[in-house]
Write a protein that binds this ligand. Structure first.
Ligand code: SME
Length: 173
């Protein structure tokens, strides 16, 4: 039985077809939303809004983009956030430096976690990588402990791949 002292990850059981169906539908929606628009800021803004309003139990969803070896805040939904994060710093900088997704069940247990919103309890960061080139990261925060699981990670990696494909040719990169 689930340990009642730790909230369960979101199972998606309330969504028709469950969590996998929701990620599949969101991926399709995102691809359609970004198709035909070349502006990276517009596309990242719409992607952040679509993700924030589609996935439950989030208090922040958005992007940091790589600018001269520093992650700089991009379009997001949620409270104002720290603007610059060095590679290797916090969850975002670690995911960017190591070019791998990082799932943090309890942000207070992650050494160096950068607290932008004191409400955040768990976090998922996915790097945006275009053929070996790091564009930035997708960052999701939740006010619930252990909000994200491996299915969320796989789902968000698929979303990040779609966003990356639409952003990669933009002039700002
Ligand atoms: N918590 C992140 C910083 C970004 S905010 O969550 C939006 C980190 O430790 O990198």
């Amino acid at each position: 039985m689930h340990d009642v002292t730790r909230p369960a990850p979101w199972t998606g059981s309330a969504a028709p077809g469950g969590k996998l169906a929701l990620f599949r539908d969101l991926a399709e929606e995102l691809d359609a939303l970004l198709t035909g628009e070349p502006d990276a800021i517009a596309n990242a803004a719409n992607a952040a809004a679509a993700i924030y309003h589609s996935l439950p139990r989030l208090n922040w969803a958005g992007f940091y983009f790589l600018r001269n070896d520093t992650l700089v805040l991009g379009p997001f939904q949620g409270r104002p956030a720290c603007v610059r994060i060095a590679l290797g710093a916090g969850v975002c900088g670690t995911a960017a430096r190591d070019r791998r997704s990082i799932l943090v069940p309890d942000v207070e247990a992650f050494p160096g976690h950068i607290a932008c919103d004191s409400a955040s309890r768990s976090e998922l960061v996915v790097p945006l990588i275009d053929g070996g080139r790091l564009l930035g990261v997708l960052d999701l925060d939740s006010p619930d402990l252990a909000r994200f699981d491996a299915e969320d990670q796989a789902g968000c990696e698929a979303l990040a791949a779609i966003v990356t494909r639409h952003l990669a040719r933009a002039a700002i990169f």
